[in-house]
Design a protein around this ligand. Sequence first.
Ligand code: CTP
Length: 395
Amino acid sequence: MPRIILILGGGIAAYKVLDIARELRREGMEVIPVMTEAARQFVTPLSLEVLCGNPVHGELFRPGQESEIGHIALARSADLILVCPATANLMSRMAHGMADDLATTLLLATEAPILLAPAMNPHMWSHPATQANLSLLEQRGVRCVGPSHGNVACGETGTGRLAESDKILAAVRSSLAKATDLAGRKVIVTAGPTVEPLDPVRFISNYSSGLQGYAIAGALAARGADVRLVSGPVSLPTPPSVRRIDVRTAEEMKAACLEQLPVDAVICVAAVSDWRPESVSDRKMKKSVDGPPTLILRENPDILATLSHIETRPALVVGFAAETDDLQNHAEQKRHRKGCNWLLANDVSKHHFGGHRNQVLFLTETGTEEWPEMDKSALAERLAEQIVAFFQKQG
Ligand code: CTP
C-alpha cells in the first residue's frame, strides 16, 4: 500500500483537499495528514482525520508521538509527499531549507518524491520571488501540478487556482509509478568539467557547470535507478539517492567509469578536456627571462567512445555534443564516430555553458528530433522518459 504524506498549507483551497484525500484512500493509498498552523484556520483537523483514517500530525515535538514515530522516521516512511495546497509561504520556506514546523521538517528530511499543488493569488504566483523559488525546487527534482487559470477566491482572475482534483490525482499516480520505472537499473552519468593540471596552482579546464548532468542523475534516481554520478569539480549539491564519485582529470573519470561496469546505461554529459599537458610540474612554474613556457599537449582518452566499444558495453550509451556550427551534420558524424545509441547536440554559441536552459537535437539510430528550448531539469525529465521507454521496449 503506497504511503502518502499529505501536507496541507494554509489557503482557502484547503477545503478541496478533503475530496482528494478521500479519493487517494479509495484508490488504496495510506494517507498521513500533516497540517501547518495556518491550514487549521481553513479546515478542521477532525474532518481531515476522519477522511484520511489517520491522525493529523501538526506539531514538531508532540509528547508521546515523537518517541513513538519521530518526524525523521515519518519522513523516511513515505513513498510520496503531496503538498496541497502549496502556498507561496510554504514554497519559500521549502526553497530555503527552513525546518521551523513539522511540515517543513518532513520536507527537508525526506528522500521521497515531492509533488506540489500550488494555490495562491495570481500576483503572488507570478511574483519573481515565487517563480525563483519554484525554479529552485524544480531543479532539486520537486514536481509541480498546476496552478490553473481562472477565478480565485479573492475575486481576481489569473493563474493561481488549485489544479483540478483529477489532475492532482493523476500526478500522484504518475509520481508513484515513476518512482519504480528504472528500479533495478544501474546507470553511470558523467558530469561537469575535467581539470588537467599544469602545476600545483594552474590547470586547463572549461566552463561546464555540471547542471545538466546533475539534473539527469537526479531524474534517473527519482525513477528508482541506481545512479553513479562521476563528477568533475562543480559546486552543486548531490541529488537525492545518487552516489557521487568525485574526479578531477579525464584519466580519473575514465577509470571511475570503468570501475562501475557492468551497468545498463551510461549518459556522458561531462565536458571532458580534450587535451592535457604532457607533463605536470610538481612545483609552481616560475616566469623566466626566456619568455612564457611552451605547452605540449597530449590527447585525453575519449570516455564515451571507450564505453561504446568496450566488450561489456552497456545496452544504452548516450552522449552530448557541444557544437558551434553546422549542428546536425557535426552531430550525426559524432554519433557514428563515438558509437553511441543517442546523441543530444546543442549549439553552445546560443546556449552558453553554465546557463539554466538548453535546446538540443535528439539523434537516435532512427532519426533526429528537434526538442524545444527548455529548462535543464525539464530536459532531464524528457531524456529520462526516453530511457524508461528504451528499457520497457527491451523488456
Ligand atoms: N567525451 C568523452 N571523452 C572525451 C571527450 C568527450 O567522454 N575525451 C564525451 C562528452 O561527455 C560528450 C561527447 O563525448 O558526451 C561529445 O563531446 P564533445 O566535446 O562535443 O566532442 P569531442 O569529442 O570533444 O569532439 P570535438 O571537440 O571535435 O567537437
